[in-house]
Write a protein that binds this ligand. Structure first.
Ligand code: HEC
Length: 236
């Protein structure tokens, strides 16, 4: 009986080439979990940017939506520095990265009247977004002749598109332009990550989801193609 069935439906019992290909593709697609991390170049910039925040920006800015432990998890090599920073601020690693100043008045007093904003979501909320931040960080220059500066104001034409007076010192003063550009790009990547920490993973998952749908469609199509066709009943 079995023999008869096999003989009747050879396509079902001898896997055809397309079926094998589809099975191989299905096997290959079980590896997405290994690739769920962000692309290496993005991880690198975000991690280096976290370092720039710890070493430079955190002297004036807080990032309340982040905890010290988030930084240590994002960039494990930074852990000792982050621990030292938390300790110096009498916080533990689970504490959020609050402003280094005790209150708004102290922040303004130390910065010529303008409090440094919290940077947690700034890449999403500031006019011009991350592009503005990256450009602003490297656009400090001496004031042109005839422009009078209020005390503690720094000349930065990009920032001047947002402000009449800009009170943030050049954070990368003294570095070569190439180094300053690199640090600005890295810290901006970090600020983009903090404004949307799940973006990269969401993109990767979305692409894998689309891939899966396409694969399933191909699989179903392939199976249908492999099914034995019934001969139409002979006309009498
Ligand atoms: C010495 C203190 C200080 C340091 C260090 C510092 N900032 Fe600031 N930052 C400020 C102050 C003060 C302001 C508010 C300026 C204003 O509104 O005039 C500011 C504003 C900003 C803004 C908002 C700009 C705008 O147009 O509103 C961003 C973005 C920013 N800082 C990013 C950074 C980054 C990134 C770093 C590290 C690379 C950094 N800051 C380092 C003091 C600092």
């Amino acid at each position: 009986m079995l023999k008869e069935t096999t003989a009747m439906h050879p396509a079902l019992f001898q896997p055809s080439k397309p079926l094998l290909l589809i099975l191989a593709a299905m096997l290959a697609s079980t590896f997405p979990t290994a690739t769920l991390a962000a692309p290496p170049q993005l991880v690198g910039a975000t991690q280096k940017g976290a370092g720039v925040f710890v070493q430079t920006c955190s002297a004036c800015h807080g990032m309340e939506a982040l905890h010290y432990s988030d930084l240590a998890r994002l960039a494990p090599s930074l852990a000792p520095q982050v621990e030292a920073m938390a300790k110096a601020r009498h916080q533990n690693m689970d504490g959020s990265i609050t402003s280094p100043y005790p209150d708004g008045a102290a922040a303004r007093a130390a910065n010529w009247g303008d409090a440094p904003p919290d940077l947690s979501n700034i890449a999403a909320t500031i006019k011009g977004g991350w592009y503005y931040i990256q450009a602003m960080l490297t656009d400090y220059r001496p004031a042109p002749r005839g422009v009078s500066m209020v005390p503690g104001n720094f000349y930065n034409p990009i920032a001047m598109t947002h402000h009449r007076h800009f009170h943030m010192k050049a954070p990368f003063a003294g570095l070569s332009p190439a180094e300053a550009n690199q640090k600005a790009a890295d810290v901006t990547a970090f600020l983009r990550w903090s404004a949307n920490p799940h973006r990269t993973t969401a993109h990767v998952v979305a692409w894998w989801g689309l891939g899966w749908c396409a694969l399933m469609a191909a699989l179903i199509g392939g199976m249908l193609a492999c099914l034995p066709r019934r001969k139409p009943p002979a006309k009498t």
